[in-house]
Design a protein around this ligand. Structure first.
Ligand SMILES: NC(=O)c1ccc[n+]([C@@H]2O[C@H](COP(=O)([O-])OP(=O)(O)OC[C@H]3O[C@@H](n4cnc5c(N)ncnc54)[C@H](OP(=O)(O)O)[C@@H]3O)[C@@H](O)[C@H]2O)c1
Length: 241
């Protein structure tokens, strides 16, 4: 990864989970890293954890609010690569869930990514790339989770479309399977260990993905200049099972 040395990598959703692991991996590769997320407290915890001094900047931003995204990017040096990890799981039923809740899935994962691209692409250095975030729900939609499945499919398709529209900037996406991150603490609570064991049992590799493994996939997409319009599945083969 020596070619990421001294490059500026912005991770939107970089205070937790996969985004935090991307920040840590990029810092180890010698990059300068800026992380963005909503909660200042989580950003401060991430800063302490990463312990990277001047190589790390933190910016509080909500990706669903375009004007703050524009301001955040305007206040930072030009990015070489941008990873958009910011989004959460949105469940719901088409008949029973209020529209405001259903819309939230696309607000963050699709329109949030579009806000980031509109802020970052005009400032991007030559050879720059974006890595968006889809997920296993695109290929394996689950009952009760269709807003997330539609949103991950949209983010993956956005990467393919923008690889053409904004060439020569490169656009790729990761499609993680079940990854052991803090996202699941709030969603699964006390049932987390049992659910993880059941998912591991269905996965060909016999275990969940780690955030570090997902981060390595992100850095591969950034650092290989011929990977473009690619959806990199990192799911232990679960989408096939
Ligand atoms: N973990 C999995 O099994 C899995 C599987 C497939 C796909 N994914 C996707 O991978 C991405 C990362 O997941 P993760 O498990 O690492 O989640 P996580 O640990 O909950 O981290 C999410 C990060 O995004 C930030 N964020 C969320 N909404 C935001 C917003 N509106 N504006 C700015 N920042 C926002 C969070 O900080 P704040 O809350 O402070 O804003 C946090 O830094 C998500 O898009 C997730 O859906 C995860």
């Amino acid at each position: 990864m020596t070619h990421l040395q001294d490059q500026h990598i912005i991770v939107v959703g970089g205070s937790s989970g996969i985004g935090l692991a991307v920040a840590a991996t990029a810092l180890r590769a010698g990059a300068r890293v800026s992380i963005m997320a909503r909660s200042r407290a989580r950003l401060d915890r991430a800063r302490q954890q990463l312990d990277a001094g001047d190589a790390l900047q933190t910016v509080a931003v909500d990706v669903t609010d375009e004007s703050t995204v524009q301001l955040a990017f305007a206040g930072l040096p030009a990015p070489d690569h941008v990873h958009v990890s910011a989004a959460g799981f949105v469940g719901g039923s088409v008949l029973g869930t209020p529209m405001t809740e259903l819309r939230a899935a696309l607000d963050a994962r699709l329109w949030g990514a579009v806000h980031v691209v509109r802020a970052a692409a005009p400032r991007m250095t030559a050879g720059g790339s974006f890595v968006l975030t889809g997920g296993i729900s695109t290929e394996r939609p689950a009952k009760g989770a269709w807003p997330t499945a539609v949103a991950t499919a949209a983010a993956e398709q956005l990467a393919r479309c923008l690889a053409l529209e904004l060439a020569p900037l490169r656009f790729n996406a990761i499609a993680p399977g079940w990854t052991d991150t803090p996202m699941w603490d709030g969603l699964l609570g006390a049932s987390k260990a049992d659910t993880f064991a059941a998912v591991a049992g269905r996965t060909p590799t016999g275990r969940l993905v780690t955030a570090d493994e997902a981060a390595q996939a992100v850095l591969l997409l950034m650092s290989n200049a011929s990977l473009n319009g690619e959806i990199l599945h990192i799911d232990g083969g679960l989408r096939l099972a």
